[in-house]
Design a protein around this ligand. Sequence first.
Ligand SMILES: [Zn+2]
Length: 54
Amino acid sequence: MQKYICIVCGYEYDPEAGDPDSGIEPGTPFEEIPQDWVCPVCGATKDQFEKIES
Ligand SMILES: [Zn+2]
């Protein structure tokens, strides 16, 4: 699945891991994360994430 990176702090969102601390189940694609989710490291909003091109 497509990973995304926070352009503010470099945190990588891995859909296979999700973000359980914020209620995001493992296996959740970035597109399906609620719009009010923020980066668990720096608090950046979703629009401050970019696709990681591989
Ligand atoms: Zn961040």
